[in-house]
Design a protein around this ligand. Structure first.
Ligand SMILES: [Zn+2]
Length: 468
């Protein structure tokens, strides 16, 4: 059965057929590096990671490009406030971003191009649009002329009146022909960084970079473009206008968008103080994989309500999963009773079908946990044969290649740490402070921090760059 993905453009699930037989080109809108990304951003990156992992598991060679926005109003303002160059200002945020991706077990994209390194490609698009009458110059800035692109609005299905008012909210001081027209190139302002161009000194508008870099790395037409649902309008609508305006043909086969993440039923916002970054959660002692699990456990096309109790639940679920995996790995039996094979194979099929059906992760997880329940009973009563055990183990490991929610070395290390923490607690109770201290030092050498919270000791991994 072919894989099916929901296409925002057609509002339908469609069978997936890549342009090239076994290769898939994916462009994912990446972060603006002016601060730490929040968990809502990471929901989208985790969704994209599962998508890429699934395609790889189905034998495709995936070529994923994720841009890094290192020039826009926010990065410029930040760098000017701190008296730094753009690059000096964005560098630490870029590093933290890549560190966070690793922490969340997100497999790296093939390439993370920087906007500031693709200015010539952006200028080229603006020039072509000018030549085609799809753009115009006004006071040194270049604007896209929406009235010349009748298909504008086809992705977001906004009617033009809505577009007018939405664009008016995006106020700026320049003179446009029409309020809804958007900026391709902004004329340089006093004190701001700029690049030379045939239209004078200036800098690109935000939307232009994604058209330029996606076409540069993936060609004029490619398979999948992803992002958060907030990217649909105006960002992706404008990307379509720019790219299709230049090439005169469809640009992306399948648009996939991940829904919002809300916190305790409320929209995330800095003023509410519920805009959590990954470090906020790690500092509270939650494990990276529990956070990843929570982010992928809801279907990507439904709103995810993030709560701390949900995160605790995720942590417990994973502990049960790890315990099961350990049991399955260590289980030794002479039983030849291989009577679970059918059940395991049915689960395998159901899991694959769930994932292939527009990435239905919650359904896939339900299949895994049903099988775990059943196999646990067999393990308890010694009714799981060696052959079945191996087939089951292989299935869970394959499923994990797509989900990335447990990892062998981590699990082993966690157990070692738990053991040492218990030994240290025992030593403290015996008032053997020398041993307790020695254990504390060894634990710290493993990059683990112990925290005394109301009589119970919890541990967490030291964060990158954290000084003690
Ligand atoms: Zn983008």
């Amino acid at each position: 059965m072919a894989m099916k993905f929901y296409n925002t453009l057609t509002r339908r699930k469609e069978s997936f057929k890549p342009l090239k037989k076994k290769k898939v080109g994916i462009y994912s809108c990446g972060p603006t590096v002016y601060g730490f990304a929040h968990i809502g951003n990471y929901r989208a990156y985790v969704f994209e990671d599962v998508l890429c992992r699934l395609l790889r598991a189905r034998g495709y060679q995936v070529h994923q490009i994720m841009n890094i926005t290192d020039v826009d109003d926010k990065t410029i303002r930040g760098s000017m406030d701190e008296g730094k160059t753009l690059s000096e200002y964005t560098q630490p945020f870029r590093e933290v971003f890549f560190g966070d991706l690793k922490t969340l077990h997100i497999e790296p994209a093939e390439c993370y191009p920087l906007a500031t390194q693709h200015i010539p490609q952006m200028i080229e698009i603006a020039e072509k649009l000018l030549r085609r009458g799809l753009a115009y110059e006004s006071e040194g800035s270049i604007y896209f002329r929406i009235s010349k692109f009748p298909e504008y609005g086809k992705l977001s299905r906004m009617d033009l009146e809505q577009v007018q008012s939405a664009e008016r909210m995006d106020q700026d001081e320049y003179e446009k022909e029409e309020a809804r027209d958007f900026c391709l190139w902004k004329a340089a302002r006093e004190g701001e960084p700029f690049w030379e161009s045939p239209f004078g000194r200036g800098r690109p508008g935000w939307h232009l970079e994604c058209s330029a870099m996606s076409m540069h790395y993936l060609g004029a037409e490619f398979d999948i473009h992803t992002g958060g649902e907030d990217n649909i309008f105006p960002h992706h609508e404008n990307e379509i206008a720019q790219s299709e305006g230049v090439m005169g043909k469809p640009f992306v086969r399948n648009w996939m968008h991940c829904k919002f993440l809300i916190v305790d039923g409320q929209k995330m916002s800095k003023s509410k103080g519920n805009c959590y970054t990954l470090r906020d959660l790690l500092q509270k002692g939650y494990t990276p994989l529990a956070i990843r699990y929570l982010l992928l456990s809801a279907h990507y096309r439904s709103v995810l309500n993030f709560t701390f109790s949900g995160l605790e639940q995720a942590q417990k679920t994973l502990e049960r999963l790890y315990a099961f995996m350990k049991r399955l790995r260590d289980h030794r039996t002479r039983s030849e009773q291989d009577s679970s094979l059918e059940e395991i194979q049915a689960a395998q099929k159901a899991f694959e079908e769930a994932l292939d059906d527009d990435l239905n992760v919650p359904q896939g997880l339900a299949v895994l946990f049903d099988l775990i329940r059943s196999l646990n009973q067999r393990l308890e009563t010694g009714r799981l044969g060696q052959k079945d055990r191996k087939v089951a183990l292989k299935f869970f490991e394959d499923a994990n290649k797509v989900l990335g929610i447990f990892s062998k070395p981590d699990g082993a290390l966690d157990q070692k740490i738990n053991q040492m923490v218990r030994e240290r607690e025992g030593a403290r109770k015996r008032k053997d402070f020398k041993t307790a201290d020695r254990l504390r030092k060894r634990i710290l050498e493993l990059g683990i921090i112990l925290e005394d919270t109301g009589g119970t000791v919890r541990w967490r991994r030291k964060l990158d760059g954290e000084n003690l």
